[in-house]
Design a protein around this ligand. Structure first.
Ligand code: MN
Length: 344
């Protein structure tokens, strides 16, 4: 992979050099036209990258290299530890801005340029590849497939259409996208074709056991201890579940912010719960809230009402402390949202 800012000196830096002309109207042939017509690409995804963002960036990077293109992979945040063993992961540059010369910027699983927290992207021809319900057509070219289990599945389809080679490295990266975005083949858009895809990836060299071990069975002990603190406080009432950790807990258990990722999902996993909230006291005393719902409650609307945002089923916001006050405030909003649901 090329390093950032290695633009050829003959051309002005920091802009897209090409205009793309399309013969096809289907998204995959059009994406292929962009990839074939361009020479230099930058591939980005969202902040706090997850398995789909990391895996799909890496797989698309491998495909572009197979096509003889130059590609930079850039993320604004560090790659979480459980994806650090993925092939080629060190090629992902951590940066806050993009300034090289590229024919196009390819944005994976983002609903806006802002979602990347990378400055400078507006100068480039933008390709948006996403599979979220909340996906938005913000780019020059948009391909949103809400039935795809992961953006990795979409990259896989591009790879097949391009006549690329499914190497063991690419297969491993794509397998991670499918595994994590379906919660281990449990949810999302899982269907028969998902298993056909997984089979193809395993046949090409992805190691399902090794990958599952990295992703699900390599947690730091501090992650489980902080989870334990939160679970001890789990409270369920009227379709809502909530739990929290204090800054003091974080210090005592030597837990990191990454250790607290995903705690909210345990609250949501309780039977008869419609929505869950996890509160984490920040060092400066403000409170970070993660909201989740199983579908009926629009937690994005709740978060927006509190100055935050997100997706219908996964959202967040930051409130002033102290913690009991923030809890009281979010519960008032959530109870109002649950009260609007049809009787169960
Ligand atoms: Mn995804």
């Amino acid at each position: 992979m090329h390093k950032l800012d290695v633009a050829p000196p003959a051309e002005p830096a920091g802009q897209s050099m090409r205009k793309f002309a399309f013969a096809a109207s289907d998204p995959i042939p059009r994406i292929l036209e962009v990839l074939r017509q361009g020479d230099r690409f930058v591939v980005c995804s969202h902040t706090q990258p997850d398995g789909d963002s990391v895996g799909s960036m890496l797989a698309l990077g491998i495909l572009l290299e197979q096509m003889g293109k130059s590609v930079d992979l850039v993320a604004a945040d560090p790659i979480p530890a459980h994806y650090s063993q993925l092939p080629g992961v060190r090629a992902i540059a951590k940066s806050q801005s993009i300034s090289g010369t590229y024919d196009a910027a390819i944005l994976l699983e983002c609903d806006s340029l802002k979602r990347t927290r990378l400055r400078g992207l507006e100068r480039y021809y933008q390709v948006n590849i996403d599979h979220h319900i909340s996906g938005r057509e913000f780019a020059d070219f948009n391909w949103i497939d809400r039935h795809a289990v992961s953006v990795g599945e979409m990259v896989y389809r591009v790879m097949r259409a391009a006549g690329g080679t499914l190497t063991p490295e690419m297969a491993s990266c794509l397998y991670v996208t499918v595994l994590t975005d379906t919660g281990g083949f449990c949810y999302g858009s899982v269907r028969e074709s998902t298993f056909a895809l997984a089979r193809d990836l395993v046949r090409a060299g992805a190691d399902p056991i090794g990958i599952a071990k990295e992703v699900y069975f390599s947690a730091r002990a501090s992650k489980l201890r902080i989870l334990g603190s939160a679970l001890n406080r789990l409270t369920c009432e009227g379709g809502l579940a909530w739990l929290w950790i204090t800054h003091q807990d974080m210090i005592q258990l030597r837990a990191t912010e990454e250790d607290s990722d995903g705690i909210v999902n345990f609250a949501l996993s309780v039977e008869n719960i419609e929505a869950a909230v996890f509160l984490r006291e920040l060092p400066e005393g403000r409170i970070r809230l993660s909201l989740r719902s199983k579908g009926a409650v629009n937690v994005a609307a709740v978060a927006e009402g509190l100055g935050g945002g997100g997706h219908e089923n996964a959202a967040g916001c930051t409130l002033d402390g102290p913690l009991p006050r923030a809890l009281h405030e979010v519960l008032a909003h959530l109870r109002a949202a649950v009260a609007l649901l049809p009787a169960r």
